[in-house]
Design a protein around this ligand. Structure first.
Ligand code: MG
Length: 364
């Protein structure tokens, strides 16, 4: 058994600007697990810099090689379900852990001939596609971008916001595109002192405002939820089924954005989903500029019953001129769920070779 760690670098078709940073490339760490059953793929969603959370790709690589793989090599686990337990002695680093679990789960499911969506309990054959639009240099540029995406068929638009870039762009998009399904994401850029600015978004009937306050401020989000009408969705704050339970109990959010990497893996993501479904809290699938490997896993996850809102599940071409897998394409505003076993897509060897920056084989 062994694991290949492969760093790939894909230029983005346009820079992606949020309240916390600007991305111009997707530098992904791919994991190919070779187990006694066969091989499988996972993607570490950490970016090149710690803008979204504390994790970043180079650090994830070190954590995987120095701490996580020795734990797997030590045994005490035999299935993907047991990987998280085997890694639990290492604190944090959910994206690094998720990448390993995903690759091992994919190997298991490919060997068994079971699609990931089926394994997770999915109920859909295709998922509605939403698009996240970064902060732009001007409102006019933003409106043009949104027009293009709506023309392509996207079912929902999300605008990145930050203090000073909120009401004006939201008003412009509402005015130009009427009752389009619209939501915003602050990536934690506001404080409770900005309550008036956030309440000013109420008249625009947004589906939700995502992560307005800091990651660790569940109480502040609960207070804010009582002062604004727009539903609050949490992203960065939800790091496990435990923090999801706390957020729901406190009234910190009424919607949850789910990303497998943020909660330590697909199996914990399913637990968060199940908890939200039991509490009638809608969930939707977030995005981390994934290549086709991570995108395939997200699409499979989004087939679960509780994913009642369109996710940040875009066509590959929204981010990349060339993806490392056959591209996901929009069909009537939806992405088809891969039908093959495991994640159902394979990296294209020639493209993978061309985009690889570095690779390393670790024998277990
Ligand atoms: Mg977000």
């Amino acid at each position: 058994m062994g694991v290949e760690l492969r760093e790939v670098k894909l230029p983005l078709v346009e820079a992606f600007v949020t309240s916390t940073g600007t991305e111009t490339d997707r530098e992904a760490l791919l994991v190919r697990a070779v187990t006694p059953l066969g091989e499988g793929w996972g993607e570490c969603v950490a970016g090149s810099a710690p803008h979204y959370s504390a994790e970043y790709a180079a650090e994830a690589r070190e954590v995987i090689t120095r701490f996580l793989l020795p734990r797997l090599a030590a045994g005490g686990w035999s299935t993907a379900e047991e990987v998280a337990g085997a890694l639990a002695g290492v604190k944090g680093h959910p994206m690094a852990k998720a990448a390993l679990e995903s690759a091992i789960l994919d190997a298991e499911l490919r060997a068994a001939g079971v699609p990931l969506a089926t394994h997770l309990g999915g109920v859909r054959r295709r998922v509605p596609a939403g698009v996240a639009v970064g902060i732009t240099a001007s409102v006019g540029e933003l409106v043009d971008l949104v027009e293009g995406y709506l023309g392509s068929g996207y079912r929902r638009v999300k605008l990145k916001i930050r203090p000073g870039w909120d009401v004006v762009p939201v008003a412009a998009v509402r005015e130009r595109f009427g009752d389009v399904a619209l939501q915003v994401d602050a990536n934690g850029a506001y404080t409770l002192a900005d309550t008036d600015a956030l309440a000013a978004l109420d008249p625009f009937e947004l589906l939700l405002v995502e992560q307005p306050l800091a990651d660790d401020d569940l109480v502040g989000h609960a207070q804010l939820a009582r002062r604004i009408r727009t539903p609050i969705c949490l992203d960065e704050s939800i790091t496990s089924s435990g923090s999801a339970a706390a957020a729901i109990a406190l009234g910190s959010c009424s919607v949850v954005n789910l990303k497998p990497g943020r909660v330590g893996g697909l199996l914990e993501a399913r637990r968060v989903h199940d908890l939200c479904l039991a509490h009638q809290v809608p969930v939707w699938c977030g995005g981390m500029l994934e290549t086709g490997v991570g995108r395939a896993a997200n699409v499979a996850l989004a087939t679960l019953a509780g994913f009642t809102l369109p996710g940040d599940l875009s066509a590959s071409e929204r981010y990349f001129a060339t993806d490392i897998t056959p591209p996901f394409v929009l069909d009537d505003g939806h992405l088809d769920v891969p039908r093959g076993p495991g994640i159902g897509v394979d990296p294209l060897p020639e493209v993978l070779r061309r985009l690889t920056v570095r690779s390393e084989w670790v024998r277990l």
